[in-house]
Design a protein around this ligand. Structure first.
Ligand code: GTP
Ligand code: MG
Length: 369
């Protein structure tokens, strides 16, 4: 198994990727900046800089068992999609366009609240949940915590630019996570746009899009005018269909923390993405090292909701502390048990914080993939 990349390792040790590449060369390994390193290599490089790699396994964190579902209880659920790409290639513009153009009838006044995720309805009436967290940093942070939230990645590339380092990184991340990609070739309204050049450069990375005879769907779009965006969403839905995404809505909710912030007046505001089950007001939950009870729940339209089913993002009030993006949450029925788990997790966290040696802590990325 391969874990972090050269550049991620450099960041953890406060070194430059060039330092790491040079060190690797010293031990006969020729690596690129985005290359993932195996455990043995990681340990060797870290040692050169006086670090010790500490592996934190899921066992260390007081896991909560999750039951297997009976196939007959499974129902179709919307895909969860992340947009990734190089700086300025149009991630925010695309997400904004999708958000503001979604005027689903019956829903009060569009999406009004930024909660890190939102759900939109495509022309065909099917829903897509978008993770609206800043690009692939959030994706990486979540993956580093072992969370696999995204079902499909939209890789956005500006047609007036080249396939850039962060584009390659995004592709690497998606591939490493086994997440299918749909390519959005953006800014085609611009006079200098050259989508064919982008496709050619992708082919140079062994990524063949459909009109080059490959398996990857791509769509030329303008996040500015909206051209092609509806088609892009339909392609995402097609990809989702092939994944046959299902979840059991009729059980206690489990899912992932998307964001957690402290609001002076309201306390901890936590965005949760339900993966399976249905989250209800009044539910007691553990999210990472924190305990709480769902006091009030809002959706992205700032509407109060009483329940949230699979692939539904909601912001809740009622947590006693801040969870981390990517933490798993579970609805608990036994308060004593819940308190015991949280105490244990908090104690483990304190102990880790107390260790004095230079450590880099790596979750076993890919454990749950
Ligand atoms: P970072 O968050 O900084 O990484 O950038 P980003 O990927 O979110 O890009 P953003 O959406 O901020 O777009 C960057 C610039 O490109 C902005 O000035 C946008 O207005 C412009 N832009 C984005 N999409 C399009 C498009 O389709 N056509 C044109 N003409 N401009 C676009
Ligand atoms: Mg942006």
């Amino acid at each position: 198994t391969e874990f972090v990349t050269v550049s991620e390792l450099a960041t953890m040790m406060d070194k430059t990727p060039t330092d790491i590449i040079a060190t690797l060369m010293g031990i006969g390994i020729f690596a690129s900046i985005n290359q993932r390193l195996d455990a043995e290599t990681l340990a060797m490089v870290a040692e050169e800089y006086g670090f010790e790699v500490e592996w934190v396994s899921a066992e260390l964190t007081e896991t909560i068992p999750e039951e297997e579902d009976d196939p007959k209880d499974l129902e179709a659920r919307p895909p969860i999609v992340t947009v990734m790409g190089h700086v300025d290639h149009g991630k925010t513009s695309l997400l904004d366009y999708i958000r503001t153009s979604d005027v689903t009838e019956g829903e009060a006044g569009g999406i009004t609240q930024h909660i890190g995720a939102y759900s939109v309805t495509g022309e065909s009436g099917r829903k897509i949940t978008f993770l609206d967290t800043p690009g692939h940093e959030a994706f990486t942070a979540m993956r580093a915590r072992g969370a696999q939230v995204t079902d499909i990645a939209i890789i956005i590339i500006a047609a007036d630019d080249d396939v850039m380092p962060q584009t390659k990184e995004a592709i690497n991340h998606a591939q490493a996570a086994g997440v299918p990609m749909v390519f959005a070739i953006n800014k085609i309204d611009k006079p200098g746009a050259n989508p064919d050049k982008v496709k050619e450069q992708l082919s140079g990375m062994n990524i063949l899009v459909e009109d080059w005879g490959g398996k990857y769907q791509s769509q030329e779009i303008s996040a500015k005018t909206g051209q092609g965006v509806e088609e892009l969403l339909e392609k995402v839905l097609l990809e989702a269909e092939m994944l046959d995404l299902k979840a059991n809505p009729n059980k206690n909710a489990i899912g992932t923390v998307i964001e957690s912030t402290l609001d002076k007046g309201r306390g901890y505001v936590t965005t949760l993405l339900v993966e399976a089950g249905t989250l209800k007001v009044g539910d007691m939950i553990i999210a990472g090292t924190q305990l709480g009870r769902v006091k009030i729940m809002h959706d992205e339209h700032d509407q109060v909701v009483k329940e949230a089913g699979p692939a539904k993002p909601v912001s809740i009030l009622g947590m006693q502390g801040a969870s981390n993006a990517g933490d798993r949450f579970h609805v608990m029925t036994d308060e004593k048990e819940a308190k015991a788990i949280v105490n244990k997790r908090q104690q483990l966290q304190r102990e880790q914080g107390l260790r004095t040696t230079k450590h880099i802590t790596l979750d076993e990325i890919g454990r749950r993939l």
